[in-house]
Design a protein around this ligand. Structure first.
Ligand code: SF4
Length: 314
């Protein structure tokens, strides 16, 4: 299936998914947390998959079937593998842009040292690059790259791409318990991401059954630590923990507001108190949310923060 959705996405609104990689799953990585299954063909060589014309035809036919209020905000390459392995990606994006919809690509960034990949991605309106590890050992453990790739070259490729890209650039870092959830990695990631200069840096956790069954999300404290380290050096960081949220939810419904904000970033206690100051029942809402294990308090730098508790899901 080349197209699917639209699916709701906090990052992209309504996103019509495009899978430009044919079966079997072909990727330059075999990430421990991969949710599309084991990488059958591990490769860093660009090749032909579906023709750009076929992708365009399938997308147009999918769009034609959608009701007017279900039209997507983005057409998104989010593949059964790594979308930039498709050597016709640039042409496919150029054709798709004729539909009038903006195009997004979610890439693992491993091929960005190749100028033809950077040229192709320059055609897209929104690009997310994956940066999970700041050192080679962690990179090998979490992303399990195909032989021949070099982390230094990838960082150089990301930097070259970021410096010339005029669309919206985001980063995504998946945090896995006991694999890359240590302070040293967070500081290394923060330094690389700061130089990349994304509009947003997303911190995600495994939320669906991963390819390696031993994979699990980090402690809430660790995710908070990553966010704090990113924020301290001026990176706009947000969580992607499987909960929808807006980050700014001052609607007067404190229950919803707190859930919305803490889904996106930690909420410091003084900001929480300010939110509740005009409501006499306010703190009971916080106690109820903690009691229902929907939020959790964590400490950092002498302050208390509240964050969504993603270990228990309703
Ligand atoms: S890069 Fe993406 S598709 Fe490839 S193994 Fe990792 S998570 Fe899966």
């Amino acid at each position: 299936m080349i197209t699917f959705g639209p699916v709701p996405s906090r990052r992209l609104g309504k996103s019509l998914g495009i899978n430009n990689i044919t079966h079997p799953k072909t990727c330059s990585y075999g990430c421990v947390y991969c949710q599309v299954g084991r990488t059958v063909k591990r490769s860093s060589v660009r090749e032909d998959f579906y023709s750009p014309e076929l992708i365009h035809e399938k997308v147009v036919s999918h769009l034609d079937k959608l009701k007017s209020d279900d039209q997507p905000d983005y057409l998104t390459f989010v593949s059964n593998g790594e979308p930039t392995l498709d050597r016709n990606l640039g042409e496919a994006i150029r054709l798709l842009k004729k539909t009038g919809f903006p195009v997004a690509v979610i890439t693992n960034s491993s091929l960005l040292d190749d100028s033809s990949v950077r040229d192709d991605l320059n055609e897209a309106d929104w690009v997310s690059v994956k940066i999970d590890a700041s050192d080679v050992e962690t990179w090998r453990r979490i992303n399990r790259p195909v032989d021949g790739l070099s982390l230094d070259s990838i960082f150089e490729g990301i930097s070259l791409f970021a410096s010339g890209y005029s669309g919206k650039l985001c980063t995504e870092s998946m945090i896995v318990r006991a694999v890359n959830d240590n302070e040293e990695n967070f500081r290394g990631l923060a330094s690389i991401i700061k130089k990349t200069g994304p509009e947003k840096a997303y911190l995600s956790i495994p939320t669906r059954p991963p390819s390696d069954k031993s994979v699990s999300p980090p402690d809430t404290e660790k995710l908070n630590l990553a966010w704090q380290i990113f924020s301290e050096i001026g990176i706009e960081a947000e969580f992607l923990t499987g909960f929808e949220g807006t980050g700014t939810g001052y609607t007067g419904n404190f229950y919803e507001d707190i859930l919305n904000i803490t889904a996106v970033h930690p909420l410091r206690e003084d900001a929480l108190m300010k939110l509740l100051e005009n409501d006499s029942t306010g703190y009971q809402v916080v106690e109820a949310l903690i009691g229902q294990r929907l939020i959790k308090s964590v400490s950092y730098g002498g302050n208390k923060y509240y964050i969504r508790d993603y270990h228990i899901r309703s």
